[in-house]
Every structure is written in structure tokens, then in C-alpha cells.
Design a protein around this ligand. Structure first.
Ligand SMILES: Nc1ncnc2c1ncn2[C@@H]1O[C@H](COP(=O)(O)OP(=O)(O)OP(=O)(O)O)[C@@H](O)[C@H]1O
Length: 456
């Protein structure tokens, strides 16, 4: 069988994966975390299974969950948009979160589930359900760490609102829409990065934060990691109406620092947490290849790309120089390659992502956080040409998770290949293995049978 599976089979698979069995020891760890969270949030745990935990202020109120989009009482034009996108049934995070997200009175929420499980659609549906297009001012605000993510979310909003009339979106990102001081904008939904959004609302005063009815903070784990973004997000949130704004925070990872940040941004939340992502990587096959140097890494990559049919792939390098070097060589071999790194202008980055998304280029070589959260369903292989390390040179386990999460989206099967070029990177790989409690198998790129078996 090829790496791709048909959509409905995937959907069933993701549902059953998310409802998987308890991993030994996990419940203890969860209980310890839960008691911390209880303290943090002063709320009660009302539902704790191996795959789903919900904390809420009022434990007596039931948690509804739906098995179909029809059951959500969405406006017909929104429901039509959902089906036009090919979504037949809600994913686990959607079925659990959406009834509360859409309920009256609006409820604040912190939601965590692994990459690629459908969080974006959950909050986009919330924004679309609450927006009133007859009012000509921003009512929903979504902040994300990067320009690329803002565009990606805007794209989902556009698709989902296809059957709605006159919905307007604006992007508060550097290099996005230009606005002039005091000129009130008439978009209904603003999507942007925290800094530019703060400029728009506080310095340029082009919209009023007090009129925002839904505030979404996505990719909270990255926001929290970057001090500027964290502080700007908090400053934005403080200017929102405490009584009339539904505040939502989404994250792919979950730990107590994230919860502390989340608590600062989202008061009195319902907390929904799906199974820890570490245990949910089993739809992604992970391998490593031993190489002596850069040339050997390239040789190994060529063998793989020559032997198996690859949909689209992302290759992560540590530096721009390596990325450029690799791109040059792959182009010489006839691959259509795009490149994405922080030195490109925002416009160039947007073009690179768009070309990759529309499959004009099947390989995207990238270095950095710009690639974070990019959702291209056809990505079947992620290659860590260089393994991720943090500033101290330690294994970047979170980064690893996010990188390989670019494949295996929405329960699809995916492949992750890690290049190891010496004792240091072998140690990094071992740290990643032990962090996730998962063995990463060795692959011999010269063993053609083994390489071809990757497709099975
Ligand atoms: N109910 C659904 N049915 C079918 N496909 C869906 C559904 N919900 C989402 N998807 C698809 O699954 C993919 C991943 O969804 P999405 O980008 O919302 O995940 P995410 O949890 O926000 O990921 P990340 O944490 O990486 O941002 C997208 O291509 C999206 O179109």
C-alpha cells in the first residue's frame, strides 16, 4: 500500500488513534499534572480518560460532544462551506470542543491536541458563527506567531465562508495590508501577529479591541517561547472586553509553563486536552541514517528520492548555507525545489509557501520557524537533514515533534527520516528517542529493498 490513504479511512483511523489504549504510567503522570492544573485553574476535573481530559469551572454542567457537523446547529451557509471543504465528520478535538465553543453564553477555552488534528477548523467555525457581517468593524481577532500562519488561517476562513456573503478579512502582519492612522477598517475578522495587531489597535487606532467578540490565540507554545510575542499577546488580551469577548487559546503541546501562560491570557477557561502527542506519533514511521559527512547525507537523500515515489516533502536544515547548498544540488538532479528561511522577505516567503502548497514545487527546504504550523496535506516525508537542537546544543524535542508533524496530518501516514552525521547528532537522536519513548530504526540508504519497503 502507498503512503497515502483515502480520506475516510484516515478519518476513521484518527478517531480510533485518538481513542487508543492507555499507555502504562501515563495515568500517573497525568494525575500529577492534573493536580497542578487544578491548582492553577481552581477548576475541577470532570472527565479523565486515556485520551481526553476536560477541566471546567462547573463540574456539574455536562460536556456535550457531537458526532456530526449537522448536530452543531451551524448557520446553513457555514455548514455548506464545511462540507464543500470535504469535511464529513468532526475530528476528536472538534467533536469535543465545538459544542462548548458555540454555546451561549460564550465560554472561554484552552484546547490542546497534537499537530494536524483540526484545531484551526474548530476556532474558524467559532469565529464565523459569531461574526455579524452587517456590522462593519472587526469582531474576531486571531493572533499567531508568523505571517505564514496568518495567511494559512485566512485561507481556511475563506474556504469555510465560501457560502457566506460579504465577509471581510484583513491581515495585521508586517508586509500585509497597509493601514493609515485613525482610518477605521471595515473587516469583520482580523488575523495577524501580536506586534502589528497591537500597533493597529493601539497606535494607529484602526479598530477597537473593546469591540472584539472572539479572540483566538493559536500556536500558544511558540508564542510563549518568544518573549516579544508573549508580552504583546498579553498586552492585547488586557485591552479586550472581559465581559463580552470569548477568549480561546490553542496549543499543540501542553505543560505547566504553557498552562501558566494560557491562564494569563484566558480567564475562567474550559480546558480540553487530548492525549499526549508523544504517544500519538505512531502514524509517522521514523528512521535514521548514519552518514559521515554532508556529501554522504546528500547521497543518502538522493537514493531515497530516486527509489520511492514521494508526494511532497519538507527538508529541514540547520543553516541557510546548508539549505542553499542542498537546494542547488537537488535542482541539478531535476527536483522542483522551493526554499524558505528567515532571510527572505515576507512576500518571498508567502510565494514559496504558495508554490509548495499548489505543488509547483514538491520539495521545500527550510531552516526555521517559518515552517512551523504549515499545513500541506500532501506532505508524505519530512527529512531532518540536520537534527533539531536548541540554543544550548541540546536535542530540540519540541521542534522535532513539530517538524515531523508536518507529515501525518489528520491521521495520514507519514515518514520521517533523520540524518545522523557523528557522535553528537547520534546523541541528539538518542535524546529524542528517550524523550518520546520511541525507538527510531536505522535505515541503510544503499539497501534498495529496505528503501523500497518504506512505501509499504
Ligand atoms: N473534520 C475534518 N475532516 C477532514 N479533514 C479535516 C477536518 N478537520 C481538519 N481537517 C484537515 O486536517 C488538516 C489539519 O488540520 P489543522 O491544520 O486544523 O490542524 P491543527 O490541529 O490546527 O494543526 P497545527 O497544530 O499543526 O496547527 C487540514 O488539512 C484540515 O483541512
Amino acid at each position: 500500500m502507498g503512503i497515502k490513504e483515502d480520506a475516510s479511512a484516515n478519518q476513521k483511523k484518527v478517531q480510533s488513534d485518538l481513542a487508543g489504549a492507555t499507555v502504562a504510567g501515563e495515568q500517573d503522570a497525568n494525575l500529577a499534572e492534573n493536580s497542578l492544573l487544578n491548582k492553577l485553574l481552581r477548576s475541577e476535573l470532570v472527565n479523565c480518560t486515556s485520551d481526553l481530559e476536560v477541566l471546567r469551572q462547573d463540574p456539574s454542567s455536562p460536556l456535550y460532544s457531537v458526532k456530526s457537523f449537522d448536530a452543531l446547529n451551524l448557520k446553513p451557509e457555514i455548514l455548506k462551506g464545511v462540507y464543500l471543504m470535504g469535511f464529513n465528520a468532526p475530528s476528536k478535538i472538534q467533536e469535543t470542543a465545538l459544542p462548548s465553543l458555540l454555546a451561549e453564553p460564550p465560554q472561554n477555552m484552552i484546547a490542546q491536541s497534537q499537530s494536524g488534528t483540526g484545531k484551526t477548523a474548530a476556532f474558524v467555525l467559532t469565529m464565523l458563527s459569531r461574526v455579524n457581517t452587517s456590522l462593519n468593524h472587526p469582531q474576531c481577532l486571531c493572533v499567531v506567531p508568523t505571517f505564514e500562519l496568518a495567511l494559512q488561517i485566512g485561507h481556511v476562513v475563506e474556504q469555510m465562508s465560501k457560502c457566506m456573503t460579504s465577509l471581510r478579512i484583513m491581515y495585521s502582519v508586517k508586509g500585509g495590508h497597509s493601514v493609515s492612522r485613525g482610518q477605521l477598517i471595515d473587516a469583520h475578522i482580523v488575523i495577524g501577529t501580536p506586534g502589528t495587531t497591537l500597533d493597529w489597535s493601539t497606535k494607529l487606532k484602526v479598530f477597537d479591541l473593546k469591540k472584539i467578540r472572539v479572540f483566538v490565540l493559536d500556536e500558544a507554545d511558540i508564542m510563549m517561547d518568544i518573549q516579544g510575542l508573549r508580552d504583546q499577546s498579553i498586552r492585547l488580551q488586557r485591552r479586550l472586553s472581559k465581559d463580552n469577548c470569548q477568549m480561546l487559546l490553542f496549543s499543540a503541546t501542553y505543560n505547566s509553563p504553557i498552562m501558566q501562560f494560557a491562564q494569563a491570557v484566558v480567564p475562567n477557561p474550559l480546558v480540553i486536552r487530548l492525549k499526549r502527542e508523544e504517544e500519538s506519533l505512531h502514524n509517522i514511521k521514523q528512521y535514521f541514517i548514519r552518514c559521515a559527512n554532508l556529501q554522504e547525507k546528500f547521497h543518502a537523500l538522493s537514493n531515497i528520492y530516486g527509489a520511492i515515489s514521494i508526494g511532497q516533502s519538507m527538508i529541514f536544515c540547520h543553516t541557510r548555507n546548508t539549505a542553499n547548498w542542498l537546494a542547488e544540488r537537488m535542482v541539478k538532479q531535476g527536483h522542483a525545489v522551493g526554499i524558505l528561511h528567515g532571510e527572505l522577505s515576507v512576500g518571498e516567503r508567502a510565494v514559496a509557501i504558495q508554490r509548495f502548497r499548489s505543488a509547483k514545487e514538491k520539495v521545500l527546504i527550510t531552516t526555521n520557524v517559518s515552517a512551523r504550523g504549515i499545513d500541506v496535506a500532501q506532505v508524505t516525508i519530512v527529512v531532518n537533514f540536520d537534527l533539531p537542537v536548541n540554543k544550548k546544543g541540546e536535542a530540540g524535542c519540541e521542534t522535532y515533534l513539530h517538524r515531523i508533524g508536518r507529515t501525518g496530518r489528520f491521521g495520514n501516514r507519514g515518514l520521517a527520516i533523520n540524518m545522523v552525521d557523528g557522535p553528537r547528532s547520534l546523541a541528539t537522536l538518542q535524546s529524542i528517542e528517550s524523550h518520546f519513548g520511541r525507538c527510531i530504526q536505522e535505515l541503510d540508504p544503499n539497501d534498495i529493498d529496505q528503501v523500497e519497503a518504506l512505501e509499504e
